[in-house]
Every structure is written in C-alpha cells, then in structure tokens.
Design a protein around this ligand. Structure first.
Ligand code: ASP
Ligand code: MG
Length: 801
C-alpha cells in the first residue's frame, strides 16, 4: 500500500489536477493507495484573511462566495451550499463578537481541505476513477493544541483499523490533510503545511511501503536553484539530513513530518506533479553512506548585539540574556561570542527583534547606566547561510571566496559535531554568498565575470580568444569565463553570457550609451561574483575610475599603460587601495606585450635579488625600423612608409618616433623595482630631428620627411659596421634614458632581427650573463594572449587549478 499526498500548488489549476488524476490512476493500478490533499491553491490563506475581515466587521460575504466559486470551478455540479451556510454562520458569529478563538479558527480553516477534497473527488469520479472523500477528523486523533496539534498514534490506531477494511473494498479514499480531532471530537489543525504530517502519520499507521509527496518542485536541491543556478537535485537523503535541512529552511518536509516514518523505516519520495518523469528525491534510511551536502538560506532574521567592557569576565550575563528572552517566548537561532566576552551576538526572528531589544534594555538597565554595557543593537538586514553536511574542511575556501568578493561574515557558528556551519551575512549579499559557498563546497564550476573596456585590436582579439578557448578551459579547470559586459568609448553592452562568435554583431545591435557608471550600477544591483575589469583602451580618464572599480569588487587587468605612468602619488594610492580591498591588478602586457617580463622582474625583486640594470629595445615598431635600416640599403622613409602601411606603427608614426612609448615602458619597469620617478624624469632622445619637430600637422611632416633620409643616412655612415638600436636603459644609479645607440654587430642588441623586443636584465645573481627575454613584443594576438594570461592568473586564485 502507498500514500500519495498532493500539495496546494499541485491542485491550484486544472493542469495540476489533471496530472494528479493521471498519477493517482497509474499508481492505483499497481497497488492499493490512499490519497491525501491539501487545500487548493492559497485557500487556507484566504480563509485566514476572511476571518480577520469578519472580526473587523467587514463585508465578507462576497469574498466567501468567491472562495467557494473558485474551489468548484473544475466541477460546477458539486453542491457546496451546506458548507457555504455553515461557514457563513461561523463568520456571522465572529463579526458579531469582534473576536475569535483558535478553536474557531481551526473550524474555519479546515474548509479549505474539506471543499477541495469533495470537489476533486467528484471530478476524478467523472473522469473514470472510483474515489471517496474522507474526513480526516474521523481517522486522526490529536492532542495539545487547536492549531498546531500533535497526532495521538495510540488513539488513532483503532480508527485506522476500520479504515483499512474500507480500503480493501477497492475504492480510492481521498483524505483531507491538515487536521484531526481531539478526544472531545473538536477539530484541531496540524500546523501550517500540516497535510504532509497527515500523510506521513497515515503512512506510519497503515504501515505502507512508501509515501509519495507530490509538490510543484522536483525535490530537494543542494541549494535554492533560484539563487544558485548550479544547484543540483539530491537523489537520496537520510531522514536525519532531510530533517536538518528542514530546520535550516530548505526542507520540503518538516522534521515533525519525517519522524513518524523513521521508526518504521518507510521511505518518502518527493516528486513534481508538473514533471512526474523526474526521479525526485528519496528520503530513506541511508545509514553508512557518504552523506549529503547542501546549502540553505534563512532570511527575515535579525542580528542582536550586546557590547561593552563590563561583559568581560562577568559571570551570568549570558544566562540573563537568554532567560529574559525565553521567559518571553523568543527563541534564539544562533549564538556567537568571542572568548574575550566583550560582545555577544545572536540571531532572532526578524519580527521579534524589536521586543528582544526592549526586553534586554529592561534586563540590563543597571549595566547600561554604569556603562558596563555600551550598546544593545539590532540589524534587521541580515541572512543566515548554512552549509549542512560535512563541510568543515571547506571552511578556508569558503572564507577566501567570500573575502575575495568583499563579503565579511558578521557572525559565524558551527555545530559541535561539525556537520553544519552557519554564517550571518548582510542581507544584500545573501544570494551572492550562496553562490560562492555553493561552488566552494561542491568544488563546482567557478565563474569569472569579465567586463572588457576597449574592443578594438587587443580587446576584440582577447574576446575572440575566449570564444575559442572557453569550453576547453571550463571542462578542464572548472572555470567559466563569463563576459558580463563589453564597451567601446561610447557604448556599453551587457552580455552576461559566455561569448559566442557573433558577439560583435550583438554589440552593434543592442548596446546602449553610457560608460563605466552603467557597469558599476549593474554590479551593485546584480551582485555577480569574481569580477575582473579588463582595460584594453589607452584612455587616461578611465584610469580615474579604477578606484571605483576596486571598491565595487573588481580585480583589474590592464593593457593600458596610463595608470602605471601617471604621477607617482596616483601610482601608490592605487596600490594601497588594492591592498586594502585585497584585489589584484595585473598588467603584464604593459611592457613587451605578452612576453613574461613584469612577472619575472617582480619575482626576481621579491626573492631578494638586486636588479642592477635593465637595458633593451622596448618597442617592436622601432626595433623593426632600425633592424631593417641597419641591414639593408633601403632609405629610412621607405622603411617607415612600409611600416605605416602595414599597420606596424600608430596611425601617426610620430607617436612611435617621439620615444614616449619606450619611456613609459621603462618607467613601468623601474617602478616595479621600487623607483619613485616620474615620466618627466626619463631622458628621452626624440627620433624626430629638430628640423621636423616644427611641423605640427601630419601632412606637413610627410611633405618634408625626406629630411629623415639625410639625417639617418649620416648617422648610419658614421656608425660604420655597428648597428643602430633605440635603447631604453635603467642604469645602476637609477637613471632612466632612451637613446639611439650604436651596438657591435655581434652583440646581443646588434643581433636583433625583425620586430623583436629584447630585454637584458642584469642582477647580482645574473652577474655577467644577463637574463634575456626576447620575442615578439607587439601585435594584437600576443598582446591579447598576455591579457588572457593575466585573467587566468586571477582565475587561479578563484578556482585553484
Ligand atoms: N492547507 C494547509 C496550509 O496551507 C495545509 C497544507 O497545505 O499542507 O497550511
Ligand atoms: Mg500548502
């Protein structure tokens, strides 16, 4: 035999009821069954409302009529007039007296179930089943309360014996959930959502093989799927674990509803009326198995804090707090006190916090006056996130994950058996905290949310590289690179998805105007986790916004050199803010594009080696110009023209020739090893001869640029066998210079070819033979790859790959 229970939402409309019909029919062909129904939809709530309306003397008749009409909308032939009149009589009485008791409340609320069972049973019969409405007041005996009664198994047993005989006759009983009667035959409710309890008690009394609870969700999840998209369905869970989840707000069955089954070991399966194919969650005796892990969230709670120097070492304060509250029926959910005893914090239900504060103010009146207690306060905007199951070993990861995202737990507690950890967080961070903790305890996919500013050569190629590599990275490292948004200088597009090949056309279509503030507003509202801002612009103004970005929770990756070459005051302010917020700022592509230069220098420096000198050809563009010029007979302008046409230079080649780009790179390296110099301290030799510097217009420059051939022709001749190289240098005294030099043909610099960059690093350890880093130091593919590598470095901190 089986018990099948259907919840209110399952029976709300015709679709659910028809599904319930098919389920009942199918099960009844296999086995003897007993069906239990809740009240359809939200009728119980509407009956509570109507009672209040009557109490206040309001016009309740039309409301009552609409309730009755709603219940019978699936079968208009059913006559509910007797029930209507009885309810009317009671409500008239309430209206007259202006009050009602719990006893009376119970008498009214049971009509939700009574009417629903009567109508649906008739509807099922018309569709070809043979069912029979049963009033649970005749089967289930209760004690203790009119509205939250317990089931009296002993007294119910003989009634159940008679009921068994009826079931054997083959008619399907449809029993009202939610209530029974006491020994005086008065109606008593089993508490809100009590129909589950009806079903499990009947199951235990009838010693059935299984109880099926048909709801509107698939079963019990590892977290609320509305908060945590990665949550998964738990297929099997023990009675104890299900009870634990329930008491932390994630259960479908209350602990009390599970209890009757644990003694006789009857399994319960949670199923979805709207998705009957889904296997659901089985609650049974799974002793010895690994055990589940799940995450629950409790909102509507309040954090109460007592603080003061007088709390230290005093005996009895805690006792007084809790007895003042317990005498007044206020239950405390969670407590935390550090060993200094200077403060104690605990959680109470939100609607009781005001009274709790009043009671504590009374209790500690004396201590408050003496200043032994400095404050008694409450914070209503909090939530409890609990990790249930064996999660304690994940604690470091959980705390790091929260910290990385700027969430500081206000209170922390674990159960003594370590089967549960609870954290109190600010209400607005609750769902973000759930996602972070969930991904930590399940070692699940981590998401990095990227905002990419600048989608030209470098930024655009970077996104393309993600498109190509996303799936592989996700599969291998459990890390998903989500493009939250991308922007160019005038428009922003929120994608919030993994990028696809058509990201460019989608940008053109749906982007809106607005800059960085659009993004900051968006993340403040939607609280995505693990934010990384990628700056692929060369904008100076954007670097002003880095501070706001850091405060909003972003790590930064930048191909933009401006932030690192601005005034030193900015440079160091930025770094202290990063430190304060525990954020990373990576910019490997600032010098030598994707070459692993900054990272290498950083490590040499931190490991205690002294960098004495750095020398090299820092610009790929200028490397190409002089490498070609020195080793061919071509004129300087021919080579330059060719480079401009191939896009090797900036659109205005003078930006390369003026040497400032090299100067910036040099300054960035110098600051990396502790220099506090400014860009104006770099001694730069401008490659544009004085004679040409007077033309501000680009066309004028071109018209006269033949002068370059004369100028560099002479320099080349005087260099003889030596090669011309444009060299950036940080020397032993910390002096920074950028100069056109002559290098021996067989020296490291002299042998340079193509558009390679080269960096020679002389240190105490690399004494005579410098460390040399050489390779393509420009180009969108290698630069984008360098940006990508920086993003993955941040990903490593998130995903531990
Ligand atoms: N109808 C009752 C309630 O809404 C009992 C139940 O749904 O289980 O609380
Ligand atoms: Mg319900």
């Amino acid at each position: 035999m089986k018990v099948l229970k259907f919840g209110g939402v399952s029976l709300e409309g015709i679709k659910g009821i028809d599904n319930a019909f098919e389920i009942v029919k199918k099960e009844s062909l296999k086995d003897k069954i007993v069906v239990v129904f809740s009240a359809r939809g939200d009728i119980t709530d509407r009956l509570i409302d109507i009672l209040e309306l009557a109490r206040k003397g309001g016009e309740f008749r039309p409301v009552l009529r609409s309730i009755v009409d709603y219940v019978k909308d699936i079968d208009l032939d059913v006559n509910l007039e007797d029930e209507y009149s009885e309810l009317l009589k009671i409500l008239d009485g309430v209206s007259l007296l202006g009050e009602y008791s719990n006893r009376l409340k119970a008498r009214v609320l049971v009509y939700g179930e009574l009417l629903s069972v009567k109508v649906i049973s008739s509807y099922f019969n018309k569709k070809g089943l043979v069912t029979w409405p049963v009033n649970s007041g005749k089967l289930i005996k209760t004690f203790n309360s009119y509205i939250d009664a317990d089931v009296d198994f002993k007294a119910s047993a003989p009634l159940i014996e008679e009921f068994k005989d009826e079931i054997k006759k083959g008619i399907i009983p449809i029993v009202t959930g939610f209530f029974g009667t006491n020994l005086d035959n008065e109606i008593c409710l089993l508490g809100r959502n009590g129909s589950n309890y009806t079903a499990t008690c009947l199951g235990a009394l009838l010693k059935v093989e299984q109880v099926q609870v048909w709801t509107h969700i698939n079963g019990i999840y590892t977290a609320d799927p509305n908060l945590v998209p990665d949550a998964t369905l738990i297929d099997r869970i023990s009675y104890q674990e299900a009870g634990e989840l329930a008491s932390f707000g994630a259960g479908i069955l209350h602990t009390r509803s599970i209890q009757p089954l644990t003694f006789s070991n009857i399994p319960v399966i949670i199923k979805n009326t709207y998705n009957p194919e889904n296997s659901g969650t089985l609650i049974c005796d799974t002793n010895g198995e690994k055990g589940i892990k799940a995450l629950t969230l409790i909102k509507d709670v309040s954090l109460v804090t007592l603080e003061g120097k007088g709390l230290y070492g005093k005996v009895g304060i805690d006792g007084r707090i809790f007895s003042a509250l317990s005498i007044n029926d206020i239950s405390v959910r969670m407590i935390s006190q550090a060993s200094s005893e200077r403060s104690i914090g605990f959680i109470v239900d939100g609607n009781e916090s005001k009274r709790a504060i009043e009671l504590l103010n009374q209790e500690f009146e004396h201590e408050l006056e003496n200043d032994d207690i400095s404050s008694i306060s409450r914070n209503n905007n909090v939530a409890i996130v609990s990790a249930v199951g064996n999660c304690i070993s994940e604690l470091p990861g959980i705390l790091t994950g929260l910290n990385k995202n700027g969430i500081k737990p206000l209170l922390f507690a674990n159960s003594v058996n370590s089967r549960q950890i609870s954290l109190v967080v600010e209400g607005q961070f609750a769902s973000k905290a759930c996602r972070i903790i969930h991904s930590r305890i399940f070692g699940m996919r981590k998401v990095i949310n990227l905002v990419v500013f600048g989608i030209g050569n470098v930024g655009g190629t970077f996104i393309d590289q993600i498109v190509t590599n996303h799936d592989r990275i996700e599969e291998k490292y459990n890390l998903s690179l989500n493009i939250l948004a991308a922007a160019n200088s005038s428009k922003v597009k929120i994608y919030n998805s993994v990028p696809a090949t058509d990201w460019r056309s989608r940008f053109d279509k749906n982007s809106k105007s607005g800059g960085i503030n659009t993004i900051i507003d968006y993340v403040n509202i939607n609280t995505p986790e693990n934010l990384v801002f990628v700056d692929c612009t060369s904008s100076y103004e954007l670097t002003d916004k880095y501070f706001d970005l850091i405060k909003s929770g972003f790590d930064l990756v930048s191909a933009n050199k401006k932030a690192n070459t601005r005034e030193f005051e900015y440079y160091s302010k930025l770094r202290s803010l990063l430190k304060y917020h525990n954020k990373q700022y990576l910019y490997e592509t600032n010098v030598g594009a994707g070459l692993p230069l900054i990272d290498t220098i950083k490590h040499i420096h931190t490991s205690g080696d002294r960098i004495r000198k750095i020398r090299g050809v820092f610009s790929g563009t200028i490397s190409y110009l002089f490498n070609t010029f020195s080793s061919s007979d071509n004129k300087f302008t021919e080579i330059l023209d060719n480079a401009v046409k191939k896009g090797f230079t900036e659109p205005d080649p003078r930006e390369d020739l003026c040497g400032m780009d090299v100067a910036r790179k040099l300054l960035i390296l110098a600051r990396e090893i502790g220099s506090e110099k400014e860009i104006s301290d770099v001694d730069v030799e401008n490659l544009i001869p004085n004679e040409l510097q007077k033309y501000s217009d680009l066309d004028d420059f071109y018209a006269n640029w033949a002068y370059l051939d004369k100028h560099y022709g002479e320099i080349k001749t005087s260099a003889g066998e030596k090669k011309l190289r444009y060299v950036g240098q940080l020397d032993e005294n910390g002096k920074l210079s950028v100069k056109l030099l002559e290098a021996e043909a067989d020296s490291v610099l002299g042998r340079l070819k193509g558009a390679d960059s080269i960096f020679e690093i002389f240190t105490d350890r690399y004494e005579d033979n410098p460390l040399i880093i050489q390779g393509a130091g420009a180009g969108s593919q290698v630069t984008a790859a360098g940006v990508f590598a920086d993003v993955l470095r941040i990903g490593q901190a998130v995903s531990r790959f």
